[in-house]
Structure formats: C-alpha cells, structure tokens
Design a protein around this ligand. Structure first.
Ligand SMILES: [Zn+2]
Length: 328
C-alpha cells in the first residue's frame, strides 16, 4: 500500500504496519527519479513488515539496483529490513554514531550491560528476565549486518538532480539524522519530531544527557525553512514549528514534574520516580503497565533525571545497589 505525497521530486509513502506496537506504522518514504531512487527507513525485521515493504516497492516498480537507502537512526523499526530489501553492494547511508552503535558488540554496549544499568535504577530483576525474552527492540533487529556509507552533519546526497542535506539531530538516538531538501523546503524527520505521539527520549550508554541533546536538536531544526515535514510514524497533524514548541513545552513540564516528585519524596530510585510521573496510557495505572512500557517509562525518567543533574537541580547517591535521587 503506497500513496504519492509529493511531485518534483516524486515522493511516495509506503505504509509499513508495526504489529502490536503503539507507533502503529512506519512511513517508508521513496524518492523516485529517472536516474536513481532513495528509500528512507524500513520497518522491523518481521514478516508483516517485509511483506508490506516489498510489495510497496514492487507496486512502485522500484529497481533496487538503481536505489540507495537512507536510515534516519538505528532503531530496529527503521533499520530492521535494510539488508533484506537492498543488495549486498547497495549504498546505505547512516550516521557514523548510530552505525557504530548498532555494530558495537563490546560488553559495554550489550543488552546485558543495559539491563544491569536499569537494575541499578530500581528496575526489578524478575521483570528484566521477562523482558529479555520479549523485548521487540532486541528481537526484531536485522540479525544480518550490512555495510553503510556513514554520513555526518551537512553531508550531501544527490538523487536525480536533487541535493539532500544530512542534518545531525542527536537525542532520540545518539546519532539521529534528518534529511533536508532545501530546494523544496522539505524535511524527512525520522523520529526527531512526531505529531500525535511524543518521540521517546531515553538513556543511552556513552551519552551523558540525551534530553539536552534532543532539545538542542529541536532548536536546531527550528532554524530551517520547512514547509513539508515528513515524520517516520503516522501523519503530521499540526504545523512543524508549532509541534516543536509543543514538544519543548512537554519536556519542560515533565522536568518540573520530576523535580517536584524528588522534592517531596527524597531518596527514590528512577523506577519509583517513573511510577509517580504522569503517562498517557489510556487511564491505566502504573501497576497495569505492561513490562515493556515500564522499560520505556524508566528510560525516559532516567533521561529527565540526567538532565536535572546536568542543571544542578538534583543529585544522586548509590545506596545498597541502586541510585537514589535528591534535590539540592
Ligand atoms: Zn526510533
């Protein structure tokens, strides 16, 4: 299933469903020109995603031998099918930071290290064990590695006479990239700005303060002239600049809320702080959250705590195996 969303260059959107996922779908964008095509993001390495993507590409008569791919970031709903739809010698662009992250098999960047980190933030051990078996991010990644042409901020990608610029926008992932077509004032946003959902900002190994990076990256793209904003999930429902301001305001409020929780409950760990934060989960209480939602919630709580620590509003102490947070 595809839809033409732009002319000159011709841009199509392939609807890739993400089963059992609150994001609902991935928008795979295809820029089609006489000379070359560019495919942006893929969907999970899952049968349903593969079927939707490959039939979309087929209906569009996309010749893979004449196509390149751009991956906005490392998440498996964006990269999972890259090695399966492209050829071994295809050009796949991705930021060096995210590419290295994806291919870093050192202990420091392993799931096990991340699980230990979450336990040190109060996440229960039994819950971690359940998660380990069912974590979609862990399960649906491209198990086959692929070669990438790594790109950095302001690198240019030429597709059939159109010049796209890479815009480094770390935050959602450490090496997230948007892609800007200045001649059309058009930007592929990846997960940097989403419209009826808020991009997940979480803790990353090797990153000190991902929320600060993220808010700086939001302010960065505000300085671009954007008329057509193309998010990687769902649709754009309000204006681009308006949405950026809404997201900035959302985080300002959550930071305030986090700080108030710590002031009134000194010595909590991140897991309990997450339990006291407000979540839009259709009226469900924290107890009823599925475990993987708690995982995302705690990651988000840690990102806000890291930011507040960076602003010298709070500090943490390591006590009996977990970090406990206090306000200054
Ligand atoms: Zn993502």
């Amino acid at each position: 299933m595809y839809e033409k969303i732009y002319s000159n260059p011709d841009i199509y959107k392939i609807y890739v469903p993400l089963p059992n996922n609150p994001l609902k779908n991935l928008n795979c964008y295809v820029v089609k020109t006489e000379e070359k095509n560019l495919i942006i993001d893929t969907g999970f390495n899952l049968r349903e995603c593969y079927d939707a993507l490959s039939s979309g590409l087929k209906e569009l008569e996309v010749n893979i031998a004449k196509s390149e791919m751009f991956l906005t970031h490392l998440h498996s709903d964006h990269t999972g099918l890259a090695p399966f739809v492209m050829n071994d010698d295809s050009v796949i662009y991705m930021s060096k930071i995210d590419y290295d992250y994806l291919n870093n098999d050192s202990e420091e960047y392993s799931w096990n290290t991340l699980y230990r980190k979450y336990m040190s933030e109060g996440f229960p051990r039994e819950a971690i064990e359940t998660l380990h078996k069912s974590n979609p991010a862990e399960a649906y990644a491209a198990e086959k590695s692929f070669k990438a042409v790594t790109v950095k901020n302001n690198d240019k990608i030429k597709i059939g006479g159109y010049e796209f610029s890479c815009v480094f926008t770390p935050g959602h992932t450490p090496g997230h990239m948007c892609l800007y077509l200045e001649s059309e004032k058009l930007m592929f946003l990846g997960d940097h700005v989403l419209f009826d959902i808020t991009p997940n900002i979480t803790f990353w190994m090797g990153t000190r303060d991902s929320l600060k990076d993220y808010m700086e990256s939001l302010n960065k793209i505000k300085s671009f002239n954007v008329i057509t904003a193309l998010p990687a999930h769902r649709n754009s429902s309000v204006g681009f600049y308006e949405r950026i301001d809404q997201i900035l305001e959302h985080h300002a409020q959550r930071l305030e809320c986090c700080l108030n929780i710590i002031k009134s409950n000194p010595g909590l760990h991140a897991y309990d702080i997450a339990g006291l934060m407000k979540w839009s989960m259709r009226g469900k209480g924290w107890q009823d959250f599925p475990m993987h939602q708690k995982w995302f919630a705690v990651g988000e709580a840690i990102a806000h705590l890291d930011y507040l620590r960076g602003q010298n509003k709070i500090y943490r102490r390591f006590e009996n195996g977990t970090y406990r947070y206090y306000a200054f």
